[in-house]
Design a protein around this ligand. Structure first.
Ligand code: ADP
Ligand code: MG
Length: 980
């Protein structure tokens, strides 16, 4: 384009050709116009000539007819004829002559030069003028013709003696017998009318004239005077051989248009036509020059117009060319400017581009390179320019290290864009290697010819590193995904796209079963599915994350509690898809619930423990006091006569003391401070033995049903505690039943597994003997059950209930490592299950030492009595001495040791309190044993201290006396200790 613009020439040449063509067209057009105009003008002029010729010939013809008619008219009048006949017969009378004279005068006055009457022999008889011209030969010839034809004729033109051209109209005057009498001649001057008529030209013309000609033998005579020569009428003749003359042609019979030469030898255009009924011919002619003058004039106009057009064409062509040239230069300027700008832009782009760029020509020679390319190759642009690219840009395969074909060569060979080659290393000038991505593209000119190649490449070290890190990251994440102990997956449009093994394990589905599956499959109901979906959509919109606790369905139809958390794949469009993590917490939930229960139970147990300690403490000191009261009351009674009324009072005091003692015992039992002597026993037997007593307790309205299990139910326990348990439970059952009802006592064996025990504080897995007491009574509300075992909790009216029944049962069961389960609902009765650890071997029934009431065992042995409570010490001394023993009383262990050290007496038995300020009863015994190896021992206590018993359970061989005690209790226990 630029080249074409630069050349400019072809444009001018075509313009010139165009101009030439235009000139030719204009010239031809001009000439054509001229030619057509000339022909047209010729034709027009001829038509004009013909029209004028026609007009004149008609006028001449008319003139002739008029002349003939004029001459004929009088000759044919009877008057004329008669007068003539008279004149013939009788000659001219002067009158007649005068008459005729007058007549001819009147004829002449009609416009003639003269009027004559001549004889048939052409002798003038009369003339209107006095001296008439003689009869010309032409007239004579015409008279002859008229006489022959008996009609009027016109003579040829003749010149009169005065030199004027005359023509005579001649008519014979005939008598009755058609015999000519005379001849009437009307003489006209041709110059007066005819010749002017002939010569006149109706339109302005310089050369046009008409000629009246007549043939005379071999000549043609021009009748009228010529326009161009004076006095020529009847004087010019031409031989008929002059055929170039229109007059010759006319007389020879040619009609219409003729082009020839006139008498002057000038070229003329003539119209030739005869005058009818006459020997004359009319030649109307005009000079060819005049004729062509107009055509020439038009030709000049046409030529001028053509010239103008040519000039105009040339001007416009020139202007057009100039305009075109200007346009072209402008365009060229614009293009060059654009090219410069583009070049500048290209340079700017090239040097500011982030990738390395090298351009080469079509031979692979470096043309340009940017700074990035300089850095990567180690070549400067100035150095590299003109070098073959393979030298500057040297690449090898990353793994094989083989030289890789340069992309530029490929582009040059194949002429197409060559894409990025992977795993390519660029070796820089300094030998440094860098991984690169490269591509080459051909550069073509407008005609599609390959002009060079652009090579673009970039250092991908960072990218490779990033890719490696990304891959490692992905791998790590994937492994986390695979081994994560929580269910993870990706969901797209509510359909599983990816799930990890844990998720499959949780849900029980195989991976292929889940992929493509709708998440609805996990939900129990459509409502739940929709509800979770809506909540999720809302939370994702607001917070960008969602978490909830929900219930999912496993493949096998079982349900699980899950904690579900989701987050959208694309935060900007949460609806697109999401990742989720799900943790099953079915067990955790259970454990949580269990833990809550356990905590409540623990709290309850701790409360019971605290209350128990309180109760135990109170009972301990209270027992000592009771012991004193009971001891002295008993001693006093023994010393009194039974009939003494005071003895009765003392009995009441003892009675009240005893009841108080029962209460403290119950408290101690609850506080598990009751001292017991467990042994292996069969619950079935023990309960069977108690049935009678229980029947008495419940009365007649309520029936008692006893349903022991077939196998023996062995437990290791103090049988008195079984009494306590059953009595309390049955009394409660009785109180719950209004009117008629049923109480059932059952035994069973239960095997509690670890799972069960895990969820219950204090429960230990193992085999248990179960004692069940159920009733059809009023049942209990939750609140009552919650406080059931607390001491002094009762719903019964004052005086009826103490609130210690179930507290005692609780204490006993706990002391025996068992536990209680109460099931009750208001109005539905109550079932109390007591679990006691099952004993393995059958019991060897231990014979109880039954002592008859009246006979208290007595003795004389020496007893060392140690009691820190002085009043109790005093009463006990008295009791023992009453029983015959020798008593050494000490208020504390220190004193007792002193007595032993003194060694004055042998001590047989140590009766000691267990808990004392200085040392425990047990320590004291051990110290005394050194002095008296056979020393027996009996401990007394308000409760069982750990020093002698483990959780209140005494070991074999230890003797123990529960405070408060009676003389009887003391007597039996002392005897027992001394005996065994
Ligand atoms: P008390 O019998 O002196 O009230 P307990 O400790 O024996 O004390 O019982 C406490 C409370 O437990 C009772 O007052 C009663 O409300 C309720 N109770 C115990 N056993 C039953 C039972 N079998 N049916 C209904 N309520 C019972
Ligand atoms: Mg009770």
């Amino acid at each position: 384009m630029v080249d074409r613009l630069r050349a400019g020439y072809p444009v001018s040449r075509s313009l010139l050709i165009l101009a030439s063509l235009l000139v030719v067209v204009i010239l031809f057009g001009g000439y054509g116009y001229y030619h057509v105009e000339a022909v047209r003008i010729n034709e027009d002029k001829y038509l004009e000539l013909a029209a004028i010729g026609e007009l004149k010939s008609v006028q001449i013809q008319q003139w002739r007819q008029e002349r003939l008619a004029d001459v004929r008219r009088p000759t044919r009048s009877p008057f004329f004829r008669r007068s003539m006949a008279v004149w013939q017969r009788s000659g001219f009378s002067p009158t007649l002559r005068t008459e005729w004279q007058e007549r001819l005068q009147s004829e002449r006055s009609a416009g003639f030069d003269d009027a004559l009457i001549v004889t048939p022999a052409a002798k003038i008889l009369l003339s209107a003028v006095e001296h008439p011209d003689p009869i010309s030969p032409a007239t004579q010839a015409a008279i002859t013709t008229a006489l022959v034809s008996r009609d009027a004729v016109l003579s040829d033109f003749y010149i009169c003696p005065q030199g004027r051209v005359h023509i005579d109209a001649i008519a014979p005057v005939l008598d009755a017998h058609d015999k000519p009498l005379a001849v009437l001649i009307q003489r006209s001057s041709a110059d007066t009318f005819l010749f002017p008529l002939v010569q006149s030209w109706p339109i302005p013309s310089k050369t046009a004239e008409s000629l009246l000609v007549q043939r005379f033998d071999n000549e043609v005579l021009l009748l009228n005077g010529l326009r161009h020569r004076r006095g020529t009428a009847l004087s010019i003749r031409f031989p008929l051989t002059r055929t170039d003359l229109p007059a010759v042609q006319a007389v020879q019979g040619k009609r219409g248009l003729f082009r020839g030469h006139d008498y002057r030898g000038v070229e003329v255009l003539a119209d030739l036509r005869p005058i009818n009924d006459s020997p004359w011919y009319l030649v109307a002619k005009v000079d060819a020059d005049e004729l062509l003058a107009e055509a020439r004039y038009r030709a000049i106009i046409a030529a001028l117009v053509t010239l103008c057009l040519l000039v105009l064409a040339a001007l416009s062509l020139g202007y057009g060319h100039r305009y075109q040239q200007t346009g072209l230069f402008k365009e060229l300027y614009q293009i060059e400017r654009r090219q410069r700008e583009e070049g500048e832009e290209f340079r700017t782009i090239l040097y500011s581009i982030g990738d390395a760029v090298i351009t080469t020509d079509n031979a692979g020679i470096v043309q340009r390179m940017n700074q990035v390319a300089e850095q990567l190759t180690g070549w400067l642009e100035v150095e590299a320019r003109g070098m073959p690219l393979s030298l500057v840009f040297c690449i090898i395969n990353e793994s094989t290290r083989a030289i890789v074909e340069n992309p530029v060569e490929v582009v040059l060979r194949e002429g197409r864009v060559v894409g990025l080659a992977n795993h390519t290393l660029l070796i820089a000038r300094d030998g440094r290697e860098r991984p690169i991505d490269d591509s080459g593209a051909p550069v073509r000119d407008e005609d599609g010819v390959l002009r060079g190649v652009v090579l673009v490449f970039r250092d991908v070290s960072f990218q490779k590193q990033a890719e490696r890190e990304l891959q490692a990251n992905t791998d790590r994440l994937h492994s986390v995904f695979r081994v994560a102990p929580i269910g993870i997956g990706v969901v797209l449009d509510r359909v599983f796209l990816e799930v990890n093994p844990k998720f499959c394990e949780m849900t029980g589905y195989a991976e292929h079963e889940l992929l493509g599956q709708n998440t609805r499959v996990l939900y129990q109901s459509e409502e739940e599915f929709v509800c979770v979906g809506q909540e999720q959509a809302q939370q994702l919109r607001v917070k960008g994350a969602f978490s909830t606790e929900t219930v999912w369905l496993r493949r096998d139809g079982s349900v699980m509690d899950v904690f579900l958390a989701t987050t959208p794949l694309d935060l900007s469009d949460p609806a697109k898809g999401l990742t989720f993590a799900a943790v099953e917490f079915t067990e955790l939930k259970q454990a949580r619930e269990d833990r809550a229960t356990m905590e409540a139970q623990l709290q309850q147990a701790q409360k019971m423990e605290a209350v128990g300690r309180l109760a135990g403490g109170v009972a301990h000191d209270f027992n000592n006091m009771l012991n004193v009261i009971l001891g002295y009351a008993e001693l006093a009674r023994q010393k009194l006569d039974p009939d003494n009324p005071v003895s009765e009072y003392l009995k009441e005091i003892s009675h009240a003391g005893q009841r108080s003692s029962d209460l403290t015992r119950q408290l101690l039992a609850f506080a598990r401070k009751q001292t017991i002597m467990p042994k292996i026993l069969d619950l079935n037997d023990t309960i069977a033995g108690l049935l009678k007593m229980l029947m008495r307790l419940i009365g007649e309205d309520i029936s008692l049903h006893w349903s022991p299990t077939a196998a023996p139910v062995l437990v290791t326990m103090d049988p008195a505690q079984i009494d306590q348990i059953l009595a309390n439970l049955v009394v409660n059952a009785r109180d719950a039943v209004v009117g008629v009802g049923l109480i059932t006592i059952e035994t069973a064996i239960a095997n509690l597994d670890a799972a069960y025990c895990d969820r219950h504080v204090g429960y230990i897995p193992g085999e248990y003997a179960v004692l069940v007491v159920s009733d059809t009574g009023c049942g209990m509300s939750r609140e009552i059950i919650d406080h059931l075992f607390e001491p002094f909790f009762t719903t019964k009216e004052l005086g009826k209930g103490t609130g210690l029944g179930l507290a005692t049962v609780y204490g006993i069961v706990k002391q025996n490592n068992g536990f209680i389960n109460v099931y009750s609902e208001p109005g539905c009765g109550t079932t109390v299950r007591i679990y006691l650890p099952r004993a393995s071997s059958p019991a060897t029934a231990q014979q109880e030492c039954l002592v008859p009431e009246k006979e208290l065992p007595r003795g004389t042995e020496t007893i060392l009595l140690v009691e820190d409570e002085a009043s109790l010490l005093a009463v006990t001394v008295e009791m023992l001495e009453d029983l015959g023993y020798r008593v050494l009383a000490c208020e504390g262990p220190g004193r007792a040791l002193q007595v032993a050290e003194e060694g004055t007496v042998v001590i047989d038995l140590l009766v000691s309190d267990v808990v004392m300020p200085e040392m425990s009863g047990r320590d004291l015994y051990e110290r005394l044993e050194v002095y008296f190896p056979n020393l027996a021992c009996l401990y007394m206590s308000g409760y069982t201290a750990d020093v002698i018993a483990h959780h209140g359970v005494l070991h074999e061989g230890i003797h123990f006396l529960q405070k408060p005690f009676s003389s009887r209790d003391l007597a039996i226990k002392v005897r027992e200790a001394l005996t065994l």
